[in-house]
Write a protein that binds this ligand. Structure first.
Ligand code: NDP
Ligand code: ZN
Length: 361
């Protein structure tokens, strides 16, 4: 049993890193999690990825949040304890946790394995009110442990490269799901806009399906990486010459861009009947707008992560096809996490930071 796990009237002690205000920096934070219910497992966190959503959320980019927030929804760790009715996991197994920890299970979307669109009680992994546990705020994976209903935990083989597994449960599923929804197949000419944590997963999935991929970003720094991963073309959108002859050529573009941009540029690049699938979620004050009449036979869709069944599928697919994020592992300390956040915002990460929670002091 992890030394930080001490039962206090059934509650589980946890230690992590939190922001106490939107313009603060990370501070150590000790707190407790709800007791292990009959369907719950206790996970000792090993690694947790840093998603750009963590950065948006701790900065209250989307709405005013309640603090303190321990972020982290790209979590992998070892199962330390199981509730009496748990059947999917046993002690010593490896489990993953993505962006959700619970949902109502009876609405039309939960019944259709799309818990991310639950209309009656979805609970996100952090900074969310846990209506199934007296409304306490959830805290995420930049911490020593998680307590989660086994239904929402993902099974991970023990011999998987564990420092690369966490991002599959956010960056992986978020890009995989719209690729599946749009039925991308071999030979399709497609694009990925924003070549970061999500984008470099999308490129790998699309190439594994046999699609011909054009990558769009704002820097020269990533041109060689895109070609190395198998892209057909790299477009630095800040260079006019890169955009020559590109309009009306692609059937699908996945936008992972986290800031404001001109979506019409991408609509114009699509062929009639093509789809711009938007997963990037810029701050509310930076959300790009599009005129519905400007679509001219192109489709616009958005997508939020993916359901638990599909998350398990993408994890299995990634492991089978050897598709993983390119990661930089950092120690669990406040200055390393602060610096990583700044680097993500400055475009200085290739491609995902992962915190090694086993180094937490
Ligand atoms: P990253 O910061 O890792 O990657 C973003 C990439 O977009 C970077 O390569 C960045 O370039 C590039 N970029 C920035 N501005 C532009 C632009 N105008 N045109 C083209 N490229 C641009 O972020 P993540 O991949 O972790 O997350 C991306 C977005 O997806 C975030 O908004 C996040 O909140 C959202 N997200 C949404 C989810 C969902 O369910 N829909 C789930 C998870 C994340 P550079 O590095 O040079 O700055
Ligand atoms: Zn994420």
């Amino acid at each position: 049993m992890c030394t930080h796990v001490l039962a206090q009237e059934g509650r589980i002690s946890s230690k992590g890193y939190a922001l106490f205000s939107k313009d603060g920096s990370f501070q150590p934070y000790e707190f407790t999690r709800h007791a292990i219910g009959e369907h719950d497992i206790l996970i000792r966190t090993m690694y947790c990825g840093i998603c750009h959503s963590d950065i948006h959320q701790v900065h209250s980019d989307w709405k005013e949040e309640t603090y303190p927030i321990v972020p982290g929804h790209e979590i992998v760790g070892e199962v330390m304890q199981v509730g009496s009715s748990v059947s999917k996991f046993k002690v010593g197994d490896i489990a993953g946790v993505g962006c959700m920890v619970n949902s109502c299970r009876h609405c039309e979307y939960c019944k259709d394995n799309q818990e991310q669109y639950c209309t009656d009680g979805r609970v996100l992994t952090y900074a969310d009110k846990d209506i199934y546990h007296d409304g306490e705020m959830t805290q995420g994976g930049y911490s020593t442990n998680m307590v989660i209903d086994e239904t929402f935990a993902i099974c991970i083989p023990k011999d998987a490269p564990l420092e690369k597994i966490g991002p599959l449960m956010c960056a992986g599923i978020t890009t995989w799901s719209p690729i599946m929804q749009c039925g991308i197949k071999a030979g399709d000419k497609v694009g990925v806009a924003g070549f970061g944590g999500l984008g470099h997963m999308a490129v790998q999935y699309l190439i594994s399906l046999g699609a011909e991929v054009t990558v769009f970003d704002i820097t020269e720094e990533k041109r060689a990486d895109a070609m190395r991963l198998g892209a057909k073309r790299y477009v630095n959108v800040t260079r006019e010459e890169d955009l020559q002859d590109i309009n009306n050529t692609l059937r699908f573009i996945l936008s992972t861009i986290p800031t404001n941009y001109n979506p019409m540029m991408y609509i114009n690049i699509l062929k009639v009947g093509g789809t711009l699938a938007v997963v990037g979620m810029p701050a509310s004050k930076e959300t790009p707008n599009i005129s519905v009449t400007a679509l001219r036979g192109r489709y616009l869709t958005t997508s939020i992560i993916g359901g638990i069944k599909e998350t398990q599928e993408v994890v299995n697919y990634s492991i089978t096809h050897n598709i993983y994020p390119e990661t930089t592992v950092i120690p669990a300390d406040t200055s390393a996490i602060d610096k990583a956040y700044q680097n993500v915002m400055d475009g200085k990460v290739k491609f995902r930071y992962v915190i090694n929670l086993r180094t937490i002091k």
